[in-house]
Design a protein around this ligand. Structure first.
Ligand SMILES: [Zn+2]
Length: 294
């Protein structure tokens, strides 16, 4: 162990994703002295206003971007983390049958190397020991989430290779790559059952049914990070995204005492490791901390 400060990079598609996926984990590591950098691939310009109390945002994509920059700054402050914009434009969630084409110039239409180059550069500059992102499905089928996975996967594997992205800084190979798995069916079922058992009305029955109907294959969580002491910070970060989060909606529907008792962890899937480790783990830095790897 050289005593070098540990560094965690959490790569997300839109502003607000860092607050709904692995947020308490980042707040916990930041509070414990880890240098945590949230990377946001797009400006969230094509997000709809999802909070019925918010009103409207004027000014098109630029107007929405400006609002979300403010929201993101508040969320990063709530989590105690640093944040970096990768600078791509939100692709929007295509709806309809047939699906409309994606808008010109958006993140999901970029060639992989073009979209990955700024992230490779940032990995080489920040030198994270651990990188988190989404699984290959994106976690849910938003084109920016799938692209976020592809870009983070590419950067994780290419940043250490001096022959690739040659004009983008000195090579650095992160030691572990994880996928976020906060919305597992197992978690939502446990919450649903506990909420019903406590005599409350659960909003998750329909969610569970539709998830089962879509037959999304469940991926396996390997890493269960205890972070319940940081759920309040996570909630504050979510509320900071005022255009995106309905304070009476889905995210706040779980009574906090039930969540603390039933599910005091956030889950991740270890996708790659360059250090020896044994799953299940309870620490993203297992195999790195105190081993001389950092
Ligand atoms: Zn998103």
């Amino acid at each position: 162990m050289t005593g070098e400060r540990l560094r965690l990079m959490a790569v997300h598609a839109h502003p607000d994703d860092e607050s709904s996926k692995g947020a308490a984990t980042t707040a916990m590591y930041a509070a414990h002295g880890v240098d945590v950098l949230v990377v946001t691939c797009t400006g969230g310009e094509r997000g709809d206003v999802l909070n019925p109390r918010y009103g409207t945002v004027e000014g098109g994509l630029d107007g929405m971007r400006a609002v979300r920059v403010e929201e993101m700054a508040q969320a990063a402050k709530a989590l105690g983390v640093r944040q970096h914009w990768l600078g791509f434009v939100d692709s929007g969630l295509p709806e309809g049958d047939p699906l409309p084409p994606l808008p010109d110039g958006c993140f999901a239409l970029q060639p992989l190397e073009v979209a990955s180059a700024p992230l490779v550069e940032l990995v080489r500059e920040f030198r994270p020991h651990v990188v988190t992102t989404y699984d290959p499905s994106g976690g849910y089928p938003h084109p920016d989430h799938i692209m976020c996975h592809r870009v983070a996967y590419e950067a994780y594997h290419a940043a250490g290779d001096a022959e690739r992205y040659r004009d983008r800084g000195e090579p650095w190979a992160p030691l572990k790559l994880y996928y976020n798995h906060g919305f597992s069916l197992a978690r939502m079922r446990a919450m649903h059952e506990a909420i019903v058992a406590a005599g409350h009305e659960s909003p998750f029955g329909d969610w569970i049914d539709s998830r089962q109907a879509r037959e999304i294959p469940e991926r396996t969580a390997t890493t269960f990070v205890p972070c319940a002491d940081f759920f309040e910070q996570r909630d504050a970060a979510l509320r900071a995204h005022a255009t995106q989060i309905d304070p009476d909606g889905f995210f706040f529907a779980i009574p906090r005492e039930i969540e603390l008792a039933q599910w005091p962890t956030e889950e991740f899937e270890l996708a790659d490791s360059r250090v020896p480790t044994t799953v299940p783990e309870d620490d993203l830095f297992a195999g790195i901390r105190g081993t001389g790897a950092a």
